[in-house]
Design a binder for this molecule. Structure first.
Ligand SMILES: NC(=O)c1ccc[n+]([C@@H]2O[C@H](COP(=O)([O-])OP(=O)(O)OC[C@H]3O[C@@H](n4cnc5c(N)ncnc54)[C@H](OP(=O)(O)O)[C@@H]3O)[C@@H](O)[C@H]2O)c1
Length: 292
């Protein structure tokens, strides 16, 4: 019985850390990158930890590359035990500053890319009557923030997708787990931090607020951002538990906030959190603009 695992989007951050961590813990890891030219960090980490990784090309927006990578795993390993749907992108900006094309780009990768990879591996898992589908959601898939409507709505969509799928495939021995990390220090907030074209235009009505949101985000990342290994450990738990949970939250602050939303009555959460965020992000203009 194979323990082959396919990880998407492993050129940096959480995907890379997870691939290396799983390879160190007995799994046969197929690491996929949309651009094989972006493998320097991966090769360096694999060498540093002395682990063997099978590297394949896979762009979650290209079905031909998905089929090719999945077939390679199945041919070489005799099946596929798990997929880590990790590939994701971020385009920041207030909703009115996000174009339809930018919004669709985020959904294509984060939502439809995850669905395409999942759709491709499921027949093999059903045939084997065992498998694990890991979906990299986010704390932003439970609690949304301003300046991140594209990203948060894509992660909310993944939450619904994962929860529904979990109930459909459990009878085949396939478990679905959603991973919900808070802030993690990765390239998502570095070279992969994309901003909507209009959000950088100082004449836009949201410009000042967006600048403030970005500064607060950086501050949070510095203060509470965790290393990607924390997420790798949650993924490992979901892969190795006899009865994996549907959701794994990563990070103390994320746990606190998600539990606050879960247990506080709606209006109280609104007062304690939503209104506070609006106040903090619009502070200097609060007296002259009507918000919230
Ligand atoms: N960092 C956080 O605070 C945080 C928190 C919660 C959830 N997450 C989620 O964790 C996942 C990994 O993000 P990260 O933080 O590790 O960021 P990252 O370092 O930017 O990694 C993102 C990875 O996705 C890849 N990717 C992007 N588009 C792709 C596509 N079309 N096909 C295949 N791969 C693609 C990137 O590859 P390239 O090198 O080619 O760009 C990169 O390897 C994402 O789903 C993200 O939403 C992150």
């Amino acid at each position: 019985m194979t323990d082959a695992i396919l990880v998407t989007g492993a050129s940096s951050g959480i995907g890379l850390a997870t691939a290396v961590y799983l390879a160190k813990h007995r799994f046969e890891v197929y690491v996929t990158l949309r651009d094989l030219g972006h493998r320097d960090a991966l090769d360096a980490e694999a060498a540093r930890h002395n682990v063997k990784l099978n590297v394949l090309q896979l762009d979650v927006n290209d079905q031909t590359s998905i089929d090719k990578a999945v077939n390679t795993v199945v041919e070489r390993s005799g099946g596929i035990y798990a997929v880590i749907n990790n590939a994701g992108i971020l385009i920041r900006g207030y909703f009115e500053d996000l174009s339809d094309e930018e919004m669709r780009r985020v959904f294509n990768t984060n939502v439809f890319g995850t669905m395409a990879v999942t759709r491709t591996v499921l027949p093999f898992m059903r045939a084997a009557q065992r498998g694990r589908i890991i979906i990299m959601s986010s704390a932003g898939g439970k609690i949304a923030s301003p300046g991140a409507s594209a990203y948060c709505s894509s992660k909310f969509a993944l939450e619904g997708f994962g929860e529904s799928l979990a109930q459909e495939v459990l009878p085949f021995g396939v478990h679905v787990s959603l991973i919900e990390p808070g802030f993690i220090q990765t390239e998502l907030f570095g070279r992969n931090r994309h901003t909507a074209a209009n959000a950088s235009d100082p004449s836009r009505p949201y410009y000042q607020w967006f600048q403030r949101v970005e500064a607060l985000t950086d501050e949070q990342l510095r203060r509470v951002g965790k290393p990607p290994i924390k997420v790798a450990k949650a993924v490992y738990a979901a892969l190795t538990a006899d009865r994996p949970r549907l959701r794994y939250i990563v990070g103390r602050r994320a746990k606190l906030l998600i539990n606050l939303r879960r247990y506080a009555p709606g209006e109280l959460f609104d007062r304690l959190w939503i209104r506070q965020v609006v106040r903090r992000t619009t502070r200097s203009e609060a007296s002259s603009q009507r918000v919230g």
